[in-house]
Design a protein around this ligand. Sequence first.
Ligand code: SF4
Length: 374
Amino acid sequence: MSELSGLQIFKYLPGAKKAEHTNCKECGCPTCMAFAIKLAKHQIDIENCPYVPEELKELFLQSSKQPQKTIEIQGIKIGGENVLYRHEKTFINKTVIAVIIDMAKPDWQEKFQRIKNFEITRINQVLKVDLIITRNGQLDGCVSIEDLQNLPLIKITDSNFETTSQELINIRKKAILEKDGNFSNPVYVYFPHTNDTYQLCAKAAYYICKYANMLVFEDFDENIFTALMSLRENIFTDPQKPLQVESKIYEFNNPDENSLIFLTTNFALTFFAVANELESLPVPSYLVVTPADGMSVLTAWSAEKFTAKIVAKTLKKLKLAPKVKNRKIIIPGLLAHMKEELEEEIKNENLDFEIVVGTIDAFAISDFVKNMNN
Ligand code: SF4
């Protein structure tokens, strides 16, 4: 049983039945609906309302049971998932990626060093191998294979894809849908040594999606790990929180005080689309990124996260004026209607920037810049 929503809880309260005590506030909330919403988020004790029927108490207890346990090792959390599909809520802990180092093998140090040196950057995050597991020896900062075996984890050794994937799906369904305690431990898939790296990569990618909490590899391959970690970042983003980048001034191709200045919001997809174009321009540029809770430009504007005030204050805060002589800021074409408003507010902050309306699409930036210079 999945967790009860606020609405499902509300149905059992006096407020839904217009019964005695409706919105009596004894629970400390202004209405029964407010109590229901708080209870669904576990922000209030069910006992705060003396009028909760026994039926709801039982249902709530049942639905609140954590379907999958969270196991922690070296500060890394494994498991703790409570949905089958990310869009139902969110996934909680990324699939842990671990590699075994066999210290009885002559080349273990070289492998160890390669793992240590391996890192990739995705959306401002530096990603590395999460866990190194040692066999036939101990290393600082690593976990021994014996430690791993002592953890309450369900181990599946990868063999046949169909069998392994089916087993992963069955275990997760038992844990989430039936809250079956026999399947509540997190699951890891162990990959023995193989020469078929393409197949290894394809299988591991599938198991990240469904439903391995950890992958343990005998082999280490930088290319495969880059692909798997990139995929993992996509699967484990919280659909309720848009991906965002830091609000700051980004520089492309060593800009100086006369370089072009572009401006956009901190929605990661917009940022990377614009940043890619600016990187490939034949001229250097700045990109001012405003804080907008990770919303794209039009969404931010309609949610009042991209207002003239916010833009002007951001320019001031990021100290753009002392950095450049150029006084023209190119804004996204979708916000053309804000030109006058922006210039007015910029003036109010004692800044003297002029607003130039740029392109609607990032791909058109290059032509726009060419025309600007003609
Ligand atoms: Fe509603 Fe119970 Fe709160 Fe009264 S105490 S407002 S009945 S939830």
